[in-house]
Design a protein around this ligand. Structure first.
Ligand SMILES: Cc1cc2nc3c(=O)[nH]c(=O)nc-3n(C[C@H](O)[C@H](O)[C@H](O)COP(=O)(O)OP(=O)(O)OC[C@H]3O[C@@H](n4cnc5c(N)ncnc54)[C@H](O)[C@@H]3O)c2cc1C
Length: 283
C-alpha cells in the first residue's frame, strides 16, 4: 500500500530552484516500484495530474507542480549493482540515487554484480558528467543533464497506466520514423514527428532513432524512470545542455513550430493515455 499525504502550505514539494511556486494537493511517497505503480494507477483512475519530483534541483520549474498530486521519488534510491558489457562498466541505480551516493558506492568497493554476474573492476571510476552531488540520477536522465545521454545504457520506465518496461540501448530502433515497442500488456506504435531535434532540450527525434533516446531528456512527460544503468568514466565530461521545464516550455514551438509541439502532444497522448504526467512541462 502506497503512502499519499496532504501537502501543507509552503511545502518543499511546491518549489525547485526556479522562481516558480507550484500548487498540489497530495504527495505520493512510494518505497519501491510496486508502490509507485499502485500510486500511478490510483492517479490515472482519478484522472489526477501527477508531477514527478526528484531532488528539485532543476532551475526551470520542471518539478514544480501545476495542481494534482506529486510523485516523489525520494524513497527510491540506492545502487543495485555494477555490470560490464562491450562498451564499458556501468552502475545500475534506483532513480533518486544522488550523484554523491553513486560515487561513494564506487569508492566503497562494496558494490555487487547485476543479474548475478561477477563484479567488474570499477576502481577509480565515477559518475561521467558534471553534476551537483545532490542531484538525482533519474532527474539527470530526465533532463539530459550535461549530455548524459551517451552514458545511459538501459532504463526501466513506468507508464501512467502502471505498465512498465526496460529499454536497453540498441534494443528498439525506429523503422525510419515508425517506432514500436512492447510494454506489459501494451504494444505502443506511433509515427515520430517529421523534424529532427537537436540535443539541447525536450524529447529527441530523428530517423531510425533509438527508443531510449526518446525518454532521455523528455522531462518526465512520457513516463517515470525507475532504474538507470549509467556507464562509468575515469574523467568527468563537461557540456552545456539547456533544460526545457516550465519557464521555457514554449521552446519546442519557438524552435520547430506548432506542428512539432502538436506531434509531441500526440505521442504523449499515446504513451500517457490519461494525459496526467508532468503536463505542466508541455502546456
Ligand atoms: C544552479 C543550477 C545549475 C544547473 N546547471 C545545469 C547545466 O549546466 N546543465 C544541465 O544540463 N542542467 C543544469 N541544471 C539542471 C539540473 O542539473 C537538473 O535539473 C537536475 O540534474 C535534475 O535532477 P533533480 O533530481 O534535481 O530533478 P528535479 O529538479 O527534481 O526534476 C527535474 C525534471 O526531471 C523530472 N524527473 C525527476 N526525476 C524523474 C524520474 N525519475 N523520472 C522522470 N522524470 C523525472 C522532473 O519532473 C522535472 O521535470 C542546473 C540546475 C541548477 C539548480
Amino acid at each position: 500500500m502506497f503512502l499519499r499525504e496532504k501537502i501543507p502550505d509552503g511545502s518543499k514539494y511546491l518549489y525547485d530552484r526556479s522562481t516558480l511556486k507550484g500548487h498540489a494537493k497530495n504527495v505520493i511517497l512510494p518505497n519501491d516500484e510496486t508502490e509507485l505503480r499502485e500510486g500511478i494507477r490510483y492517479s490515472s483512475k482519478g484522472n489526477t495530474k501527477v508531477t514527478i519530483s526528484g531532488t528539485r534541483m532543476g532551475a526551470f520549474g520542471g518539478a514544480v507542480p501545476t495542481g494534482g498530486d506529486i510523485m516523489s521519488m525520494e524513497r527510491m534510491y540506492g545502487v543495485i549493482g555494477a555490470g560490464k558489457d562491450e562498451n564499458g562498466v556501468y552502475l545500475r541505480v534506483l532513480p533518486n540515487t544522488t550523484v554523491s551516493l553513486f560515487n561513494n558506492a564506487i569508492a566503497s568497493g562494496k558494490v555487487l554484480g547485476v543479474d548475478g554476474a561477477d563484479v567488474p573492476d570499477i576502481f577509480g571510476m565515477q559518475f561521467p558528467v558534471k553534476a551537483d552531488v545532490s542531484q538525482s540520477i533519474g532527474g539527470c536522465v530526465a533532463t539530459n543533464r550535461s549530455g548524459i545521454r551517451e552514458y545511459v545504457r538501459r532504463i526501466k520506465v513506468v507508464f501512467s497506466d502502471s505498465t512498465f518496461t526496460t529499454i536497453t540501448r540498441g534494443e528498439y530502433i525506429a523503422d525510419g520514423r515508425r517506432m514500436g515497442f512492447p510494454a506489459g500488456r501494451n504494444y505502443f506504435c506511433f509515427d515520430l514527428p517529421d523534424y529532427d531535434s537537436d540535443d539541447s532540450f525536450g524529447p529527441k527525434f530523428s530517423e531510425n532513432m533509438d527508443l531510449i533516446d526518446l525518454f532521455i531528456g523528455s522531462e518526465g512527460i512520457f513516463c517515470i524512470i525507475t532504474e538507470a544503468d549509467i556507464y562509468l568514466s575515469s574523467d568527468v565530461k563537461e557540456s552545456e545542455v539547456i533544460e526545457c521545464g516550465k519557464t521555457t516550455n514554449g521552446m519546442i514551438k519557438e524552435r520547430y513550430g506548432q506542428e512539432a509541439e502538436d506531434a509531441v502532444k500526440r505521442i504523449k497522448s499515446i504513451l500517457d493515455t490519461n494525459y496526467i504526467l508532468n503536463i505542466g512541462n508541455l502546456l
